[in-house]
Ligand binder design. Structure first.
Ligand code: NAP
Length: 250
């Protein structure tokens, strides 16, 4: 039955940034599809735990440094016995005119959005190879994986690079049965866009350009995430799928 291909029963997923926004929605959707979920977050993911219950385990870690990576993988295996899916969702954005943009705003964003993503992905892929099971990696990209944006140079650099390494890693790891893909959310109503949504003019400009006529929500991303985490996407490799209400096509 075709819908069985989308099920995640028996799978174990790691989702970063599990306390709020898009990451919380992905955790909830994976659990509903049958997976056990390890959510990684800086602040406790208590609300997510309440939504999901026993199938959810929270690892507290600050992803601005790679030091936390071994313990994330070890704790996942200790709790649920294996790893099958990784969603690199945690991400930050710093807005400042490029003429004034600080080195700190550059490094902070690149560390969380790119460096830790690469090395966590490497650690999980090593585990997939060791298990001999293959696996699924989903990188949360952005419209700014395709476009330049305004006043967000480090964010655009990180998200363009995420789309690039999604292809690189896919080229190297497809032979192990590892699917590496990305999801590029459009403009979604979460903490990440709060500042933007409070700027009346920018907010109205953005809304006017979205063909679907509304900002996205975490629920809008869930179907694409479950698809890319499941056997239904076994022959999808290295692609970053836009979930954007039509933004990129405009
Ligand atoms: P969000 O509500 O701000 O969530 C970001 C998540 O990342 C939070 O869980 C946050 O934890 C976590 N995080 C940030 N820095 C961290 C660190 N150093 N260590 C551990 N966790 C950290 O934003 P969101 O919209 O759900 O964003 C999720 C992903 O989607 C991000 O990669 C973002 O770039 C991407 N995205 C969002 C949009 C959008 O329109 N919202 C569009 C395109 C792409 P704290 O709550 O503790 O900070």
């Amino acid at each position: 039955m075709i819908l069985d291909l989308f099920g995640l029963k028996g799978k174990v997923a790691i989702v970063t940034g599990s306390n709020t926004g898009l990451g919380q929605g992905i955790c909830r959707a994976f659990a509903e599809a049958g997976a056990k979920v390890v959510g990684v977050s800086r602040r406790p993911s208590d609300e997510t735990k309440e939504m999901i219950g026993e199938a959810f385990h929270n690892v507290i870690a600050d992803l601005s440094s790679c030091e936390v990576i071994p313990s994330i993988v070890e704790e996942t295996v200790a709790k649920f016995g294996r790893v099958d899916i990784l969603v690199n969702n945690a991400g930050i954005i710093k807005r400042q005119d490029s003429l004034e943009f600080s080195e700190e705003n550059w490094d902070t964003v690149l560390n969380v959005n790119l460096k830790t993503v690469f090395f966590l992905t490497q650690a999980v892929a090593r585990r997939f190879v060791e298990q001999g099971t293959g696996g699924k990696i989903i990188n949360i990209a952005s419209m700014l994986s395709y476009q330049g944006g305004i006043r967000v140079p480090s964010y655009t650099a990180s998200k363009s690079a995420i789309r690039g390494i999604t292809m690189t890693l896919s080229n190297e790891w497809a032979k192990y049965g590892i699917n590496v893909n990305g999801i590029a959310p459009g403009y979604m109503a979460t903490n990440n866009t709060e500042q933007l949504r409070q700027d009346g003019e920018r907010s109205a400009d953005i809304l006017a350009r979205i063909p679907a006529g509304r900002w996205g929500t975490p629920a809008d991303l869930e179907g694409a995430a479950v698809f890319l985490a499941s056997a239904a996407s076994d022959y999808v490799n290295g692609f970053t799928l836009a979930v954007d209400g039509g933004w990129l096509g405009r």
